[in-house]
Design a protein around this ligand. Structure first.
Ligand code: PLP
Length: 339
């Protein structure tokens, strides 16, 4: 490991690494793409991304396995989700096979920044694209950049995953026929006020409800929900305005195929929460953050798993999925891409 990084004390902040990937779309085509050492981007003050937020992104990690290999987890799903996001934002799709190849190149070029096995730290990759040419009348850009940079990040939970308390939000994340199902920067811009307000009130996250009826659970600003019933069924909310988390979709397979659980993806009423045994938030950053309590306008909904540790089913799901990612447990076909 060439870098002088204290892996076990890393946070979730940006650290500049050696190389990033850049490809430019111009005159109707993507160029060949290249790795560069230059982390700065120069653009017009009137670039479409700056004026009209024409940008979308992805997030995935590279891990070092026990036997020293470097692997990525299901990058093909990030490629297809970015393609969906780009299409919906009137941006050209970056070819999905080239996406996976660019992930490989970036990880390989920054291999010294992949934290050692057992440190809990990982190399986080951030693919993104944006409209770069000047646009003042409202319309899509005609020139774009696709980029992937990476930064090492520390263990999400230092000293074990403590269950968090979240609140039912009065703010909305995504309109019924809006952009909730794509990973657009604009979804995060409008969540910033809601999350700062939640933190000021002492909550770790916002539980967003469906804006049309405010009776169904959607997701948080950056993670999907899973619930476990008292008889061990995994239930996850279904809605066309939820971002399809790759972690959540993988956990559904792990639950069914590895743990023999029943799995249901269906609308989940807020009024049902009190009946569940366990609750978790899932996403690439933390895999699963256990939720101990949801506060709904002064009413506490406490899950029987409590505030000390993850519930037993959540722990099994967490251990199995991280075991697959770290190479300790055999993965389903195609889930692990070795660099
Ligand atoms: C990225 C994201 C997630 C988590 O998706 P993963 O693919 O599991 O990382 C969940 N919700 C939202 C809104 C997101 O942007």
């Amino acid at each position: 490991m060439a870098q002088n990084i204290d892996w076990s004390n890393l946070g979730f902040g940006y650290i500049k690494t050696d190389k990033r990937y850049v490809s430019t779309y111009k005159d109707g085509a993507w160029d060949a793409g290249t790795l560069t050492g230059d982390d700065m981007i120069s653009m017009s003050e009137c670039a479409c991304v700056l004026q009209y937020a024409q940008t979308c992104f992805e997030g995935l990690k590279a891990y070092r396995t026990e036997d020293g290999r470097i692997v990525c987890f299901r990058p093909d799903l990030n490629a297809s989700r970015l393609a969906d996001s780009a299409s919906y934002l009137e941006m050209p799709v970056f070819p999905q096979d080239r996406f996976v190849e660019a992930v490989r190149q970036v990880v390989a070029a920054n291999a010294d920044f992949v934290p050692p096995y057992g440190s809990g730290a990982t190399l986080y990759l951030r693919p993104f694209m944006f409209g770069i040419n000047p646009v003042i009348g409202v319309k899509p850009a005609s020139e774009f950049q696709f980029r992937i940079f990476c930064t090492p990040v520390g263990p999400y939970f230092k000293g074990g995953a403590k269950p968090i308390t979240i609140r039912v939000s009065d703010f909305d994340r995504a309109a019924p026929h809006g952009t909730g199902h794509i990973k657009a920067g604009l979804n995060y811009a409008m969540s910033l006020h809601a999350i700062v307000d939640a933190h000021n009130q002492g909550y770790a996250e916002n539980m967003y409800l469906d804006p049309a009826t405010r009776t169904y659970v959607e997701e948080t600003g950056g993670a999907n929900f899973i619930f476990i019933t008292k008889d061990g069924t995994l239930v996850t909310p279904k809605s066309s305005s939820i971002l399809p988390s790759i972690t959540r979709r993988s956990l559904m397979v792990v639950a069914e195929k590895y743990l023999g659980m029943k799995v249901e993806e269906r609308p989940v009423k807020l009024s049902e929460l009190k009946d569940f045994a366990e609750c978790g938030l899932c996403g690439t950053a933390a895999v699963i953050s256990p939720v101990g309590k949801v506060v709904d306008h002064g009413t506490d909904i406490c899950f029987p798993s409590g505030m000390e540790k993850m519930g037993p089913w959540t722990q099994k799901l967490y251990d199995t999925l991280t075991g697959i990612q770290m190479g300790r447990i055999e993965a389903p076909e195609g889930w692990i891409v070795e660099i």
